[in-house]
Ligand binder design. Structure first.
Ligand code: ZN
Ligand code: ZN
Length: 147
């Protein structure tokens, strides 16, 4: 875990005047350390190793906070969480490439794609709350292992 990542979110939290509690910080560290997207259950198990008294609401509250601040994304199709690759903006939409073999998740950001989606949604006068853009398949690593 790169120290700078934690320092970055600490700085953003103090700028925004929100509190990065030790538990929130720990859940974020676990998500960034895990190679695969982490489920709330996996996070709870990992958290318990450090804080035996941790309960599911502890994890859910930390996840809500991290999602709200834009530090992590929810992988809707697998109900798991990954850390965001750029937490500059409070909220942004990303395109996730999800490997079904190793569980690796890559985050892409294409403003043109998002603008196109917004335009199409506008045409229907639809009040949207969230875009979920996820592509499933096999990552480069896994597909080269098959050969
Ligand atoms: Zn992101
Ligand atoms: Zn893979």
């Amino acid at each position: 875990m790169k120290q700078s990542l934690i320092q970055q979110i600490e700085a953003i939290c103090s700028d925004r005047g929100v509190r990065l509690t030790p538990q929130r910080r720990l859940v974020f560290e676990l998500i960034s350390k895990n190679k695969k997207a982490s489920s709330a259950y996996e996070l709870l198990e990992q958290l318990k190793a450090v804080e035996p008294q941790a309960k599911p609401p502890t994890v859910y509250r930390a996840l809500d906070f991290l999602l709200e601040q834009g530090f992590i994304h929810r992988v809707e199709s697998t109900n798991s969480f990954v850390s965001c690759c750029s937490f500059g903006e409070q909220k942004h939409f990303s395109h996730l490439l999800i490997c079904d073999k190793c569980g690796n998740v890559v985050e892409l950001q294409d403003d043109n794609l998002i603008a196109l989606l917004d335009k199409n949604i506008d045409k229907h006068q639809f009040q949207f709350s969230n875009h979920v853009i996820e592509s499933h398949g096999t990552c480069k690593n896994c597909s080269s292992l098959e050969k």
